[in-house]
Design a protein around this ligand. Sequence first.
Ligand SMILES: [Mn+2]
Length: 293
Amino acid sequence: MSWRSVADLVGTDDGAQIAILGVPMEAGSVTPGRCDLAPGAIRKAMRRFSTYDVESRTALVLPVRDKGDLPVRGIMPAAGFETIRNAVEDCTDGHALTMVLGGNNALTRPAAHGLGLALDRVGLITLDAHFDLRETDQGLLNGNPIRALLEDGLPGRNICQVGLAPFANTAKMHGDALDAGIGIWTIADCRTRGIEPILQEALARIGHVETIMVDFDIDVIDRSQCPGAPGARPGGMPVDMFFRAARRLAAEPRVKLVDLTEFDPSLDQGDITALTAGRWVCEVLAGFQAART
Ligand SMILES: [Mn+2]
């Protein structure tokens, strides 16, 4: 007898509480690669997970609406803005939780706008090794979505950044983040204190916002556990901590939108990163189901 896989939850039911949307954007990456292959690789990996979680003794049962992939391959982030914003808005209008499968991290800016709210009512939590605060004078890239959102009017005090890595950012970016009022937790903070109290603190810090987006840039994960992310480095977040963060954040009622970015299947080894991304889907579904149904 074959088991029921997480891919079997996915279908065309418009009444589903959860939607997934593929955003295969690759253009505008500081290091060129093939992030556009990730939505397909993640959907394929989902077939390799059972719906049953032996640890919580529960099975995933909620249907998931697959909204397909957007035609953004080869399109620069500035040109793809409306396509992504509009499609994400269509998802967040009709579903309690939308999961965006990237694509590079440039998609986070248009996706945040897809919540359809004034940005002062939106909170953003990033799990990322980087501030993503590169200047925008050379155009929109995967290295500057947070800078672009600040420039769009997202208040810095509505942003929390978790998992920042040493020797992967600049003093200027750090100073700008502090000046903007962004909440900052380094990877050492995560290791020393554990991820749960940090996420509690982050959620409390943005207690004033109505809706939250979480950007999961998989380059936050330790490189040995995430070879398919060009920006991942040794000393990053242990992958089990990443999974616990996904489950906890998906359980938060204000979280309506999550993305997974920077997975480049062409760099993967032994399907490590594909299976990590697939497990991320499982954890998000588990967190949502446990707390919000
Ligand atoms: Mn990033």
